[in-house]
Write a new protein. Structure first.
Lengths: 455, 455
């Protein structure tokens, strides 16, 4: 079965063969964002570049805006600097900055020197800001007037510059004092309902909440949860307005952050991996985490090596050690997932590890007894030894309590110490629970060796 | 160290003791959304209910809107129906529906019968829609006029009803034809810039994209990625406008969906778990997944049981079996995470398993050889046996290729068959890679038994 999108791809490849670009442009114009990500992920670099240079810069810019930042940056990296500059000129300031931020500084410089000087100056100012702060997220394109102007003047100006303003998606108009300090926000509907001679200062909303340049993404998410605003003005230390952080950009950055946390928790480090990236870069990113993990695994398994004598007398235990390891890991990871979620919505603070531990111990008891009973029953049914069932069931029951205790608290403790819990919680958890599980099972076995030997 | 939020909690508990509610109301009014989630997650049910009933219904409604839906629904469930109805009256239609959707139908009915009849009628109409579709996500509060009216008439009406309209956060005005069919959208700025005698039909944007009532969340996310709109009108089969799906509601629902997928992939099933929920409900939700997992683990471990003779001759292998299991699981889960991410942004379609497989095999080779070499070296250094190194290293190398192949393709294959990949990919992956890993290591060992015995 050929999907709609495969057809899209074939059609595109045909259009790329044509001499003229008109059909190509109107074809790309009709695609939605998923289709754009799809085709760009299926073209080779040469075709990607050919496509972008044959579109108008405006069209190429709106296509690039649909792609994940890293992918967009990689494509820009391989384009001629002049072509890249023409496309970047047409993007909003936050997207320009995001892409140039991903490049090596010489490459970024080469493109900047070929861009529109005004756009380039904006980017140079913005690129120093952390992309996860108000400064990095804001757009610098906004509409502003002085508070001593009248409604009539503004409306006349809006009418005169209708087309230039159309690109700004005006939702609010920002008003400054005569000395350049930020004064407040004007809603279009208030402009509509006011008498033409009214001064702006009379109808603006003066006590507008603003944020400083280093206001962090997490706090912006919180801000937009609390306030149903379209955007929030960003103010410098002299009370001058620098830009607007839009709600949509904050929510998109946050969704990306959540995805990256998930990728990180599975050991995809150093940002996103897309399968269009070069093989060795992808392998290296995954391996950097795996190679730490294999060392942790060897440390955990050394517990087994120290009990080799016990194991050689009760070889049946070897069947249960991987089960104890895997099941404890699962229980612990459930607790990690709940803690990460509670941290992200604010239901728990990083300092409350003790409280969370108390809440996990109950679950550890219930689930530990249930799982211990199940695995103990399996051991009993297999070898007919009640003692073997008690040893493996007891070890799993106790280790489940260990696992949920660690899983619930480790993310909080890491966060409290400023370590990223998405990346580190998993490996720490599995190493310790593996060691504890192997130790419990093998120690219980050696204590009851008389009843177990040669099972 | 006492955090700011603990102080908040203590202050709140003091205010709850007071006779009058004024201080309490202004205190709650000043909290941000994280602080609200925090305090509600730390109060017992009795205090939660007391707090909500002492606030004004408007205040209580805006507090409830900050909470995760499930938590809000549980609180509503335990309130007197009349109190709940008063609070729900003050919420936008989509939030009313989300909360009542979570309740048993009799409980929801009891509350609906006490709500404002108009609000209740709205909810009854909306509650039949799947919450992940346009019908379930839309708000029914919007501003609409007929296209044959003039700009002057609309402006006069807006001035007259200023206060009633203020609640609607007007960004767009929706225009209907004389027969009630949807005609188009009017931007406030166009109202401002037009001549007062202009008919609305002349200044509306007529070719507005609309969505049907069953348009799915995933497609809405895609829609708002492609189109920089504040909201999109929802239309029934007779072309009548039913409501507006707002971009912010779509992005929030999507962020929730992503979090839930992550929770599900770690075995938190049946929706979100918050630690304020009752112990046994939490334990049961986690256990339902763990108990399937333990059976899968027993199946995988049965491979070891079948090779017990090999193992008792080469007891050193028992140290490496859990490592092979864990490392293969990690490699496979990395591939799962990349596939889930690529599916979600549209870089890959569910029918492209073969293509993804080809892209994973290269990584499997590079990482398999690296990891196999590391573990083989460890085995050689420990026991001085080259053959033991080859057996465990070879098994891990091959099994890494198996793991990334499965990890990359299983999510696509599941999605292609309509199964939720977040929930099922992990258990399927680990079971098969465990079996393959144990089989490879034990078979290689039995084939080279002459060089391995009694290590």
């Amino acid at each position: 079965m050929e999907t709609a999108t495969e057809t899209t791809l074939k059609k595109l490849e045909r259009l790329l063969q044509l001499e003229t670009s008109e059909e190509l442009i109107s074809f790309i114009d009709g695609l939605n964002s998923h289709e754009i990500v799809y085709i760009m992920s299926h073209l080779n670099r040469e075709d990607q570049t050919q496509l972008l240079t044959r579109l108008t810069p405006e069209n190429a810019a709106s296509l690039m805006e649909e792609l994940p930042e890293q992918q967009a940056a990689e494509i820009v990296e391989d384009m001629r600097a002049a072509d890249a500059a023409a496309i970047l000129n047409e993007m909003p300031s936050d997207e320009q900055t995001d892409i140039l931020w991903e490049l090596e500084s010489e490459e970024a410089e080469a493109i900047l020197s070929l861009m529109d000087p005004e756009e380039a100056a904006d980017v140079r100012r913005l690129i120093d800001f952390d992309p996860d702060t108000a400064g990095g997220l804001m757009v610098t394109e906004f509409l502003s007037f002085r508070e001593n102007q009248s409604v009539r003047q503004i409306v006349a100006d809006l009418k005169r510059q209708k087309e230039a303003y159309a690109r700004l998606h005006i939702k609010y108009i920002y008003i400054n004092k005569a000395n350049g300090e930020f004064a407040g926000v004007l809603q279009i509907q208030d402009l509509l309902l006011a008498d033409p001679e009214t001064r702006l200062s009379e109808i603006i909303i003066p006590d507008v909440i603003t944020v400083p340049i280093d206001f962090h993404l997490e706090r912006l998410v919180d801000f937009f949860h609390t306030h149903d605003f379209y955007g929030v003005p960003v103010i410098d230390q002299e009370e001058k307005m620098l830009g607007v952080v839009l709600r949509k950009d904050v929510l998109e950055a946050w969704a990306d952050q959540t995805s990256f946390d998930h990728l990180e928790s599975q050991g995809i480090v150093g940002g996103e991996e897309l399968r269009t990236m070069p093989l060795f870069a992808r392998a290296k990113n995954r391996l950097s985490w795996l190679s730490i993990n294999i060392i942790l695994n060897l440390i955990a398994a050394s517990v087994i090596a120290f009990h080799q004598d016990t194991l050689s007398s009760v070889i049946a235990l070897a069947v249960f050690l991987p089960i104890i390891s895997d099941m404890s890991g699962c229980s612990g990871n459930q607790a990690v997932a709940v803690s990460m979620r509670e941290l992200s919505i604010g239901a728990v603070k990083s300092g409350e590890a003790f409280r969370v531990w108390m809440q996990e111990i109950g679950i550890g008891l219930v689930n530990g007894l249930s799982l211990g009973f199940l695995i103990g029953l399996a051991a009993f049914l297999w070898k007919g030894s009640m003692m073997l069932g008690l040893v493996v069931g007891g070890a799993l029951a106790i280790n489940t309590i260990v696992a949920v205790s660690l899983g619930g608290t480790v993310p909080l403790l890491l966060k409290h110490r400023g370590v990223d819990p998405a990346l580190a919680s998993g490996p720490i958890l599995t190493t310790i629970t593996d060691m504890a599980g192997f130790f419990l099972a093998l120690t219980f076995a050696s204590l009851s060796m008389a009843h177990l030997a040669h099972l």
